[in-house]
Write a protein that binds this ligand. Structure first.
Ligand code: ADP
Length: 629
């Protein structure tokens, strides 16, 4: 009965659609080229009407962020044409791009003589369809970096895989990241200058700490051996080693991360870059230090930051036969005889989906920084006003699903903020200097530095929260554009950022200060002092020790940045194979988890550049072991 009613409603909706969008002789036929403001800059949209209906919508020149805005460009025009309606849903996470496309079509409708108001309310075919049931060896929930790694790894180990993603596009937080990936990498680091004495002093100190465990002692001994070997050589290149990466990660998380998980992550970092290269990621040869990364071992891919990982993961998984279902939200795990055997899910239009897993389910749904209630529950200091760098889809779904089947949660109170969010959107994109902490310094509204920019993320965020309006400006120069094609690291059009006043540019520091509204004399003094510290390799004010070239190559840039919530370090407890554990430390049969949804690796503070590492190492591991079930 209910189905009949739904069918009837659908027919009525379609009739209405035809009535509104399609109307004989209602339009002045032709193609209307409309220019609108997208997220990344101006966007050209060509809208073609016949005399009776909207024929096509084509987005032309644009600077929308690959993987974030571009899915709206791919999907929304078709939906508008098919439904002959502007009431189609915007894409989650791409609302600015979606709204820009709708606005362009709206302008064209008006120009063509159509009824804009009727188009805004015209019915859309949204209703649920027949329930779907599908089966594969492995079901992966979540299509970010961890989920795609798990899918690729399971498929290359012979399993059939279905991956579901609740939004209209793959990518999650991974696609929003600047792409930093830490790995001690002797070949690439051989070209990087030796660290300053001040920086090396921090390394020696890590080898001499009070041991928290025999394993910790063993890695400190390894670091001493690595240092001895380095000292015996020319010392004209950057020192690094897996032991140093391990100890910096452990100490950087206040010794709260699980040492065995850290060791696996750092130990497999380099081979994971090679595995990812095999999947299609092209790495740059340059190394730098991502903010909060503490050491120059950050790798980035050649194209559009985190978007490259998603593109490679998607193409590789599809070539291996992985079935990807977008707009499909995992709701609940199916348990039979104490084993997880599938997932109950739902399409965005309400269609019920049952997914049976012959072998196992991998949860890779990311974190919960976009769930304000939840983050406040675990860290009451995080008020609602703080924006987030995250996808709105980071709502902790996988944590709830896992909890329901007895999974143990660890470190939920450790939530990372970054001192580098866009004041308007909270996003990580839209600024200059992002290729590494070596290439910028940060000032408050008084034009003064207030912290070591190469410090821990928690320390830097606390320092910024104490400044006037929690506001800061990243100051850098052309040396740090990180791009020679007019785009910054995220693919934002630099001219457009300047034109819109999202960043400032000037040929002298004094002029820059004036544009921003800072005291020119104060900023100039700060600037000269900073460059003196670069020359000395030492910062007498805040103890910064990582420097690049002096910031003296005009034009100069200032990018406004505020604290935003970035990463939830707690989550589902896993073992070294990616099995989900219960409160007694037993594995939950048939269930794996990987990525930001898991906890225990990063302790109280995650090093910059360790998240993309974590999700790919453990995504790959979970996929491999799930396939072997
Ligand atoms: P990670 O870095 O761990 O891979 P990401 O944030 O990059 O995390 O990716 C997580 C992905 O999971 C996002 O694309 C998000 O939309 C998706 N997701 C979150 N909850 C669900 C859910 N209930 N069902 C399906 N996909 C989900």
């Amino acid at each position: 009965m209910q189905k009949k009613l739904q069918a009837l409603l659908l027919v009525i909706a379609m009739l209405l659609t035809v009535c509104v969008g399609y109307a004989e002789g209602a339009y002045k036929a032709g193609t209307y080229d409309v220019k609108v403001d997208g997220f990344g800059g101006e966007m050209t949209v060509s809208v073609t009407f016949t005399a009776d209906k909207l024929e096509s919508v084509v987005v032309g020149d644009n600077s929308e962020t690959p993987g974030i805005g571009t899915p709206a460009i791919e999907q929304l025009p078709g939906a508008i044409v098919d439904n002959q309606s502007l009431a189609v849903d915007s894409l989650t996470g791409a609302t600015v791009t979606s709204d820009a496309i709708k606005k362009a079509v709206e302008e064209a409708i008006a120009e063509a003589g159509g009824d804009v108001e009727a188009w805004k309310t015209a019915a859309v075919d949204k209703g649920p369809k027949e329930a779907v049931e599908e089966t594969a060896d492995i079901i992966v929930i979540g299509g970010g970096g961890a989920g795609l790694s798990a899918a690729v790894s399971a498929a290359e180990n012979g399993a059939t895989v279905i991956l579901i993603e609740k939004t209209a596009a793959l990518g999650g937080n991974t696609v929003r990241a600047g792409g930093p990936f830490n790995a001690a990498d002797p070949a690439r680091q051989a070209n990087f200058p030796a660290a300053s004495e001040a920086a090396m002093a921090t390394v020696y100190a890590l080898a001499e700490e009070e041991a928290k465990s025999p394993e910790h002692q063993a890695v400190m001994d390894q670091l001493k051996a690595d240092l001895e070997a380095y000292e015996a050589g020319e010392k004209n290149y950057l020192f690094d080693s897996i032991a140093l990466h391990t100890l910096q990660t452990y100490a950087g998380g206040d010794y709260l991360g699980y040492f065995d998980l850290i060791q696996k992550m750092t130990g497999e970092a380099l081979e994971t870059t090679e595995w990812m290269a095999g999947n299609g990621v092209v790495w740059k040869d340059d190394i730098s230090t991502v903010p909060g990364g503490l050491w120059p071992r950050t790798h980035v891919p050649q194209g559009s930051a985190g978007g490259d990982y998603i593109k490679a993961g998607q193409e590789k998984s599809e070539s291996l036969g992985v079935k990807i279902i977008l707009n499909c939200k995992g709701e609940e795990l199916i348990v039979e005889n104490d084993r997880v055997v599938g997932v109950k899910a739902e399409m965005t239009d309400g269609t019920p989906v049952t997914l049976n897993a012959n072998k196992a389910v991998v949860i890779a749904t990311g974190g919960f920084a976009a769930n304000k209630e939840m983050r406040k529950q675990y860290d009451p200091s995080l008020n609602e006003n703080l924006g987030t760098t995250n996808t709105p889809a980071a709502t902790g779904d996988g944590i709830f699903m896992a909890q329901k089947v007895g999974a143990n949660l660890v470190g939920m109170e450790y939530i990372q903020c970054l001192p580098l969010g866009d004041p308007e959107t909270g996003a990580l994109s839209g600024w200059m200097g992002a290729i590494g902490v070596e290439y910028y310094y940060q000032v408050n509204k008084e034009g003064l530095r207030f912290m070591a920019e190469d410090g821990r993320r928690d320390t830097m965020t606390q320092a910024l929260l104490k400044q006037t309006d929690s506001m800061s400006y990243v100051i850098t120069d052309t040396n740090s554009e990180g791009a020679d094609n007019g785009l910054n690291l995220w693919g934002d059009d630099i001219e457009d950022l300047v034109a819109k006043g999202r960043i400032f540019r000037a040929d002298t520091i004094e002029e820059l200060a004036e544009k921003v509204g800072l005291d020119p004399a104060v900023l100039k003094a700060t600037h000269d002092q900073f460059n003196a510290y670069v020359a000395a390799g030492e910062d007498a004010d805040f103890g910064r020790s990582l420097f690049g070239a002096p910031i003296d190559n005009a034009p100069f840039y200032a990018s406004p940045r505020m604290p935003t919530v970035h990463h939830t370090m707690g989550g589902i407890e896993i073992d070294l194979k990616g099995h989900v554990l219960d409160a007694d430390g037993n594995t939950i049969p048939g269930l794996y988890a990987a990525g930001e949804v898991t906890g225990g690796i990063h302790g109280a503070n995650r090093l910059g550049g360790n998240a993309l590492l974590d999700i790919h190492v453990f995504g790959r591991e979970a996929g491999k072991n799930a396939a072997a079930e």
